[in-house]
Design a protein around this ligand. Structure first.
Ligand SMILES: [Mg+2]
Length: 259
């Protein structure tokens, strides 16, 4: 059942269009363990990054692990601060490289080590992803009726595509646009427009589905798409923010919306 933007039951609200675009993380696949947002930083972030210690100590035995974490946190916060208005994506390996350079690791060493630490980080993140029950079947059913595309913010394109492959999802999507490959992130309109172009559909006949108000809802509206906010916890829609066209509690609610 779709909910209206105000949160009231609104079974009559139907979307009629030609194509569907999906967010990936938190929408199509979830993380088994909570991966903390950069903004939360602090102790929680440090705990979540402890798994990196072994790889880091092998690579750079002279470096104290807590110094690496502090540098990574600073670089990450700076990257987030510098994103607007162009929302350029900074690849994962570049984030590690900048942190290592901050710690005076020489340029060649930083370049090679950053690549390996990034791959270790990505393998860890990929291993945490889970495909919720019913999502594959739902996407297969929708793919039989609409062209589907995927637009994801992720700083390592190969890993995002591997996650799709690992969960058997790749064939559901005619178009897959990852910010690392495209160069810009949601909420910038350009990444949505790239997916629309590749799919051969216009914004006004396409529905975007995503779990983030700041990236998916704002971004899809920036690009003139209709948008369904995936809001599993029933959080209120901020009155002063960009309003989604639809609010759904789970992906299965889409079936009632598009029927
Ligand atoms: Mg998401």
């Amino acid at each position: 059942m779709a909910l209206s933007p105000g949160g009231a039951m609104n079974s009559g609200a139907q979307w009629r269009g030609r194509a569907l675009l999906f967010d990936l993380f938190g929408t199509v696949v979830h993380f088994a363990a909570r991966v903390p947002a950069v903004q939360t930083a602090g102790a929680q972030w440090r705990t979540a990054m402890q798994w990196l210690q072994e790889a880091a100590e092998q690579e750079l035995p002279q470096l104290r692990f807590d110094e690496l974490l502090t540098a990574l946190m600073c670089v990450t916060e700076e990257i987030v601060r510098q994103r607007p208005p162009e929302y350029r994506e900074v690849p994962s390996r570049e984030r590690f490289r900048r942190a290592l350079r901050q710690l005076d690791v020489d340029a060649d060493r930083a370049h090679a080590t950053a690549e390996r630490l990034s791959l270790a980080h990505m393998a860890h993140l990929a291993s945490l992803t889970v495909l919720p029950e019913g999502h594959l079947r739902l996407l297969q059913e929708l793919a039989a009726r609409y062209p589907l595309g995927l637009v994801s913010n992720f700083d390592h394109g190969a890993t995002a595509r591997r996650v799709l492959d690992d969960h058997g999802l790749s064939a559901c999507f005619r178009v897959i646009v990852i910010s690392d490959d495209f160069g810009q992130r949601k909420p910038h309109h350009a990444i949505f427009e790239a997916a629309l172009r590749e799919l051969g559909v216009s914004a006004d006949e396409t529905l975007f589905i995503g779990d983030s108000l700041g990236e998916d809802v704002s971004g899809a509206r920036n690009a003139q798409l209709r948008v369904a906010w995936l809001n599993p916890n029933g959080e209120p829609v901020p009155a002063d923010g960009v309003q989604p066209d639809y609010v759904i509690r789970c992906l299965a609610d889409l079936m009632a919306l598009v029927d």
